[in-house]
Design a protein around this ligand. Structure first.
Ligand SMILES: Cc1cc2nc3c(=O)[nH]c(=O)nc-3n(C[C@H](O)[C@H](O)[C@H](O)COP(=O)(O)OP(=O)(O)OC[C@H]3O[C@@H](n4cnc5c(N)ncnc54)[C@H](O)[C@@H]3O)c2cc1C
Ligand code: FES
Length: 260
């Protein structure tokens, strides 16, 4: 884990209310595993005091860069969106427990809704670097809010999209697309990030098809380094639930562990 002032190499709007931030952070990039995250101080002022967690969307180890894809939701992300190229940003990482790519899973599926794509993109990138086949299912409310579709295609993933209003791709649940692919292809592992509803549906499909699945959880975090207990969540198998810290034991868990 490193704490550093990372220079902003690029910062641009991705979609209305969404930004892509590229930071020069060679130590973090060199160690980062898919599914890990960083804690960022969104402003140099004392307020907001607490860092905010963001998935490491993509890494480019060859030039020491990492990318964050984020949505503006409150004060911290609003201030972050105002940071200019060339400025330093105070960042800690890589943090948490990332995805586990099972060696036998030569074909995988990643499923991301909304900004959840920012987390599963990293495992798609890792899988493609190892020559695995990747189906990517991207979902959003509307066409305008679909994220990283072109990035996934450039990686060589087979991408399918769904929107709630049907303006682009399939109209309906992205998990319908996953279910259909799980029947027709030999998917070895599934990776999910999104709403509770998405996680439940994906868990059901994975269980029925006998596919191991992992999920990245979004939990509010105060410290990000296992010091405050602020992110504790009950996880485990029925009858054997224990509190775990999402920042240290997660954010990635096996999907059956997080079902309530
Ligand atoms: C491991 C991890 C990875 C994440 N990766 C990304 C990412 O790649 N891109 C991205 O856009 N966001 C990501 N998030 C969410 C991001 O951390 C929050 O959106 C951010 O902290 C909001 O800060 P803020 O100051 O703008 O909003 P705040 O003022 O802190 O909050 C605004 C509103 O959002 C709610 N909120 C804040 N944080 C969370 C949260 N973690 N879960 C649910 N509701 C929340 C608050 O309750 C409030 O209603 C991630 C969170 C975690 C835990
Ligand atoms: S955020 Fe502090 S213990 Fe996890």
């Amino acid at each position: 884990m490193h704490q550093m002032m990372a220079a902003v190499r690029g910062h641009r709007p991705e979609r209305p209310g969404y930004y892509r931030l590229t930071l020069e952070a060679p130590q973090i990039t060199g160690e980062a595993q898919a599914g890990q995250f960083v804690m960022i101080r969104c402003a140099p002022t004392l307020e907001p005091l607490l860092r905010r967690p963001f998935s490491i969307f993509a890494t480019r180890p060859e030039n020491g860069e990492l990318e964050i894809l984020y949505r503006v939701v409150g004060r911290g992300t609003q201030l972050l969106s105002e940071v200019r190229e060339g400025s330093p940003v105070d960042i800690v990482g890589p943090l948490g427990h990332g995805y586990t790519l099972l060696p036998e899973a030569r074909t995988i599926a990643v499923v991301g809704r909304g900004v959840g794509v920012a987390s599963v993109f990293s495992v798609a990138q890792a899988a493609r670097r190892e020559g695995r086949r990747v189906f990517a299912f991207v979902s959003a409310r509307t066409r305008d809010l679909l994220l990283a579709v072109e990035d996934l295609k450039r990686l060589g993933c087979q991408v399918e999209i769904s929107t709630d209003d049907g303006d682009a791709g399939y109209q309906g649940l992205v998990t319908d697309l996953l279910a259909s692919k799980a029947k027709s292809e030999g998917i070895g592992q599934v990776f999910v990030c999104g709403s509770r509803r998405l996680i439940r549906a994906a868990a059901e499909i994975a269980r029925e098809a006998g596919i191991r699945a992992q999920v990245s959880l979004e939990q509010q975090m105060a410290c990000g380094v296992a010091a405050c207990m602020g992110c504790a969540r009950l996880v485990g198998t029925p009858g054997n639930k224990v509190y775990k810290k999402v920042c240290k034991d997660g954010p990635v868990f096996w999907i059956e562990e997080v079902l309530d």
